[in-house]
Design a protein around this ligand. Structure first.
Ligand SMILES: NC(=O)c1ccc[n+]([C@@H]2O[C@H](COP(=O)([O-])OP(=O)(O)OC[C@H]3O[C@@H](n4cnc5c(N)ncnc54)[C@H](O)[C@@H]3O)[C@@H](O)[C@H]2O)c1
Length: 296
């Protein structure tokens, strides 16, 4: 059981607090005093929806120092504003336990800039949850060069204990998920603007085709299964039609030149044995059947 404090009890802070409380951790929460009551009410509702019959055990504080006293892990989810986060970190310097790990839930702010006023940078890192945080299993974890390995280990242990899957990525703006989500969004918008489909039609295509695939495998495994030569041919057509944003990347060309065409060649972005290839298809099909039923 870990003593965890969640600072900022809006959309994300509520979900993070629900996930931690449902896992049996000792949870303290803090928000601006005038908002605290409403935030805690919303948090209670979310907890009830999440657990159905669990009892919510959190303590809400209107004073920052009280909320983080004795906390082993502090997660901030205040607005995505460098100034607001810096002010909070300055205040926290005076109150944090010397061993406390401080995790930011920033979506996009570069971690080295964010770390500026943090008094103990070796215990500062990012834990990027996704909304709704109580339900979405993945959490991007990013550390700066100054973050101690022990802090990463303590945060990931805590996340595992909440049933989360921490995924370590570099501390670059937007990490991985937001870069990919925004790239998809920009191309979706281009489809609408050039008249290929309406926004509703784009949403339907994503939900029922490429989005339907993604719970099984990410873009590299999907590409290996499709065949990198197939991707190469499609990119050639799209580049002619839509320009250089679809040019064949050097990395893809190198793999193709080396004969690494994907699963069918035994290697693409990864290596595959014959049994791997059969497993990939078997697991994919089993999951898609369950998904199709669940979504029907
Ligand atoms: N909303 C999302 O889908 C999402 C997803 C991942 C990450 N994030 C990130 O999480 C963070 C919070 O986002 P959100 O959507 O929950 O915002 P939000 O506006 O819903 O909540 C922010 C909360 O912080 C409180 N707050 C403001 N200043 C404070 C301070 N000084 N001390 C304590 N509390 C303070 C506000 O009263 C509010 O309740 C941001 O960094 C955001 O980029 C958001």
């Amino acid at each position: 059981m870990t003593a965890v404090s969640v600072i900022g009890l809006g959309t994300m802070g509520q979900g993070i607090a629900v996930a931690a409380a449902a896992a049996g951790h000792v949870v303290a929460v803090f928000d601006q005093p005038e908002r605290l009551e409403g935030c805690v009410r919303a948090l209670s509702d979310r907890f009830a929806r999440y657990t159905a019959n669990g009892e919510l055990k959190i303590t809400a504080y209107g004073v920052l120092g009280d909320a983080v006293r004795g906390a082993e892990i502090v997660i901030e989810a205040v607005p995505e504003d460098l100034g607001v986060k810096h002010e909070l970190f300055k205040d926290l310097n005076a109150h944090l336990d010397p061993a406390a790990v401080l995790a930011t839930n920033t979506s996009s702010l570069p971690l080295d800039q964010l770390a500026g006023p943090v008094a103990a940078p070796e215990r500062f890192l990012a834990a990027h949850f996704f909304n709704p945080a109580e339900l979405i299993p993945g959490v991007e974890v990013a550390a700066t060069p100054r973050t101690a390995q022990e802090s990463i280990d303590r945060l990931t242990t805590f996340l595992h204990s909440c049933g989360k899957e921490p995924i370590l990525v570099a501390p670059r703006a937007g990490f991985v998920a937001n870069r990919l989500q925004l790239a998809l969004f920009l191309e979706a918008l281009a489809c609408v603007e050039d008249g290929t489909a309406t926004a509703e039609e784009v949403d339907a295509v994503i939900r029922r085709t490429v989005g339907f695939r993604l719970p099984a495998y990410g873009p590299f495994t999907i590409a290996d299964m499709a065949g990198l030569d197939v991707y190469h041919a499609i990119l050639g057509v799209l580049q002619t039609e839509y320009g250089p944003r679809f040019a064949v990347p050097e990395r893809l060309q190198e793999l193709i030149d080396a004969g690494r065409l994907g699963v069918k060649a035994g290697a693409g972005f990864r290596e595959y044995s014959r049994s791997d290839a059969a497993d990939l298809v078997g697991r994919r099909d089993a999951l898609y059947r369950r998904l199709a039923e669940a979504l029907a």
